[in-house]
Design a protein around this ligand. Structure first.
Ligand SMILES: NC(=O)c1ccc[n+]([C@@H]2O[C@H](COP(=O)([O-])OP(=O)(O)OC[C@H]3O[C@@H](n4cnc5c(N)ncnc54)[C@H](OP(=O)(O)O)[C@@H]3O)[C@@H](O)[C@H]2O)c1
Length: 380
């Protein structure tokens, strides 16, 4: 039987495609077409690149063109019949990472809440009971105490619309009585590959990195006499960066072992990075030194031009400009004792940062499988 994977064209989805393929688990994936590329071509390209990377052939996923925002994910009746006959579990990973909604009908509500309702409806229609869902550790919102894996709504304040949409999604899934108890994965801040630094998306950690990298030439022109740039942090705050390869490996191991289904897992590192370590890495990789911690919650009311630009651009991440809570890891340690999370060291963060800078904060899948019009052009 196949597992239905959503979000297979994103960063985590790409690693899930690889790890599920390496585990020989048959995959069906719902993908939307993009630009001139059909859903099939998008996945064919990713699989061709993954096969090259792994040096082996994989069973190709069954690709269904669709969109989680449409009823039945926009699938045709014969696709629903195919799923009923060939699929018994879902790994729902697709989501919008929009932090602030511009309307009640827009993102992140559209994909993360309405999309989840559509995926649940599809499961009910096709008899899929085994549900694995990718949530986020930040459904804990602005909590500062220890967060247990089984906690969800304990009355906490939430930091942004994304967190609100992800908590609503978890609630919908947990109340779907036709499902077996769902498995919920809660990664913290996903960064690139722990060994190569590879990434395809540049949210979270990459936003301040990109900004400082961009501002570095302006800062260099200011000369050495300018005052240091003030950070409204004290340097001891923790940030739970977690490499994408480990998140995916841990998820696929749990998916493969039914005795671990039905639990909630914090996919978080045991030892989070501090803001001092993060500042040091950002300075080394951008060559832009001179950031000073002036205390958590300090109000910088006379910002320099550089400080103003910096704080304006990271405003969307304001709710993460603070100490993380402690994330309990009891369930994840029990389920994957053979897969310890790699330590996010200063060296690893440097590899990850340098890879993103080298990629110029852009990723375009190398085209291995051409679209029809590209093939026609190639023949002319
Ligand atoms: N990145 C993090 O730091 C982080 C942390 C915690 C949890 N998470 C969770 O991890 C999961 C994967 O995140 P990611 O970082 O891999 O994000 P990503 O790289 O932005 O990928 C998002 C994926 O979802 C798909 N998608 C979005 N809306 C869709 C729609 N309406 N119909 C079909 N597909 C749709 C995208 O498809 P297209 O390619 O067509 O756009 C893409 O494949 C998400 O559930 C996210 O909430 C992420």
């Amino acid at each position: 039987m196949h597992i239905l994977l959503t979000g297979s064209t994103g960063l985590l989805g790409r690693y899930l495609l690889k790890d599920l393929s390496l585990a020989n688990i048959p995959i069906v994936t719902v993908v939307r077409p993009k630009g001139r590329q059909s859903a099939q071509q998008r996945i064919d390209n990713i699989m061709a690149n993954l096969e090259e990377e792994c040096g082996q052939k994989f069973q190709p996923p069954h690709v269904l063109a669709g969109d989680i925002c449409e009823p039945n994910l926009g699938l045709k009746d014969n696709d629903l019949k195919w799923l009923t006959e060939n699929c018994d579990s879902v790994l729902h990973n697709a989501a919008s990472l929009t932090f602030h909604a511009t309307s009640d009908a827009g993102e992140p509500w559209r994909s993360n809440v309405e999309g989840v309702k559509n995926v649940l409806d599809l499961c009910e229609k096709t008899g899929i009971k085994d549900f694995h869902h990718v949530s986020t550790a930040y459904v804990c919102g602005l909590r500062s105490d220890k967060v247990l894996e089984n906690d969800l709504d304990v009355g906490q304040e939430l930091g942004n619309d994304y967190e609100k949409s992800k908590i609503q999604a978890e609630e919908l899934i947990r109340s779907a009585s036709f499902l077996s108890p769902p498995t919920v994965f809660r990664p913290s801040i996903i960064i690139g590959d722990s060994k190569t630094g590879f990434t395809t998306t540049f949210h979270g950690y990459y936003v301040p990195l990109r900004l400082i990298h961009t501002l570095s030439s302006v800062i260099a022109d200011e000369g050495e006499d300018t005052p240091g740039r003030r950070l409204s942090l004290d340097g001891t705050e923790t940030k739970h960066f977690v490499p994408v390869d480990w998140v995916s490996a841990a998820m696929v191991s749990i998916v493969q072992n039914p005795e671990h289904h039905g639990q909630t897992y914090h996919l978080t590192p045991p030892n989070p990075a501090t803001t001092t370590m993060t500042r040091d890495v950002l300075e080394k990789v951008t060559g832009c030194y001179g950031a000073i911690f002036c205390g958590a919650d300090t109000v910088i009311d006379d910002p320099t031009e550089i400080e103003r630009l910096f704080y304006d651009h990271i405003e969307v991440y304001n709710s993460y400009w603070r100490d993380d809570p402690v994330f309990d890891r009891t369930n994840i340690l029990k389920a994957v004792p053979h897969l310890p999370c790699p330590e996010v060291t200063e060296d690893m963060l440097q590899i990850i940062s340098k890879a993103a800078i080298e990629m110029e904060f852009r990723w375009k899948e190398p085209v291995k499988v051409k679209t029809n019009s590209e093939e026609i052009h190639a023949k002319i």
